[in-house]
Write a protein that binds this ligand. Structure first.
Ligand code: BEZ
Ligand code: FE
Length: 299
């Protein structure tokens, strides 16, 4: 590693010295990521010219973000979400999956296993009479159906709470289901229409939102992870079309293609799927890309 005499050190040679310190990194990708990180981080510091007190505040903020994390709470992911970084990473990776359904953020509530359910089951353990029917297919980018694909679904209830947020009110697994597509690549289930809801604001990310006068709300949505052999797993949502906050999602995760088209069930659907005539119906087509060559996506 090259060392620099303090007397000769100025802000710009400092950046180059730090980058040179990675010269012996055996892994080329690690070296290039660290090089880019130092270049951008130093450029950011040049840009804002923080006082020592401001830098201390920044370190305290990041410390608080770390201290808020535990096995079920990931405040760093939440920070990445509200700064749009999670969505940027999703979108960059979607470019490698032409023709596939757009992906969107995983979010923090996929923290328990969804109960295995049969096609046609409800994921609403309360048996609400106001049912939403979800029918869908899982296909490849050539349009062929993918039988035996798994579709993991999770959502909040009509009041905007996930089961894990209300362990004394909702049974574990409420609003969740793990389905397997039939021979035609189809799946269908019954549920309730989820509500919009606020992301967790009781940590430093909430403080950041408040300090910047940003609201914490996400538009109503249902989460999906679809998996099929020899295909890339897909993590996505469908958004409820008339939900508030579609144009100002706190985590920037709305893509126009993911806003659902909710219809109204006719007599035939009512008979076929066991819902009332006139119930809302959401049709969801999930298209999975082939794995990236040489990647670990295949399973
Ligand atoms: C969610 O949709 O569950 C979610 C996503 C990002 C941050 C918080 C919640
Ligand atoms: Fe969610």
């Amino acid at each position: 590693m090259t060392t620099t005499q303090i007397g000769a050190l100025d802000a710009h040679t400092l950046t180059e010295d730090v980058i040179r310190s990675f010269d012996d990194t055996p892994d080329a990708r690690t070296r290039s990521i660290l090089t880019a990180l130092v270049r951008h981080l130093h450029a950011f510091v040049h840009d804002i010219e923080p006082t020592l007190a401001e830098w201390e505040t920044a370190i305290e903020f990041l410390t608080a973000v770390g201290q808020k994390c535990d096995s079920v709470r990931q405040e760093f992911v939440l920070l990445s979400d509200v700064l749009g970084v999670s969505m940027l990473v999703e979108t960059i990776n979607d470019q490698h999956a032409p023709g596939a359904t757009d992906s969107t953020v995983l979010g923090p509530f996929h923290m328990t296993e969804s109960p295995t359910r049969q096609l046609g089951d409800t994921i609403d353990e309360f048996g609400s009479p106001d049912e939403l029917l979800v029918t869908g297919t899982v296909r490849n980018t050539g349009g062929s159906p993918l039988p035996h694909a798994t579709v993991d679904v999770w959502q909040c209830n009509e009041e905007g709470f996930y089961d894990v947020q209300q362990p004394d009110v909702q049974p574990a697994g409420n609003g969740r289901g793990l389905f397997t597509t039939d021979e035609q690549g189809r799946f269908w289930f019954r549920t309730v229409t989820p509500s919009h809801y606020p992301i967790p604001t009781d940590g430093p990310v909430g403080t950041l939102l408040e300090a910047t006068r940003r609201h914490p709300y996400r538009p109503a949505h249902i989460h999906f992870i679809a998996r099929a052999d020899q295909h890339r797993p897909l993590t996505t949502h469908i958004f409820v079309p008339d939900s508030p906050y579609l144009d100002s999602d706190a985590v920037f995760a709305v893509k126009r293609s993911l806003i659902g088209e909710f219809g109204t069930g006719d007599a035939e659907q009512a008979a076929q799927f066991g819902v009332k005539i006139g119930s809302p119906v959401a049709a969801v087509d999930l298209v999975l890309a082939p794995p990236r060559s040489g990647s670990a996506d295949v399973h």
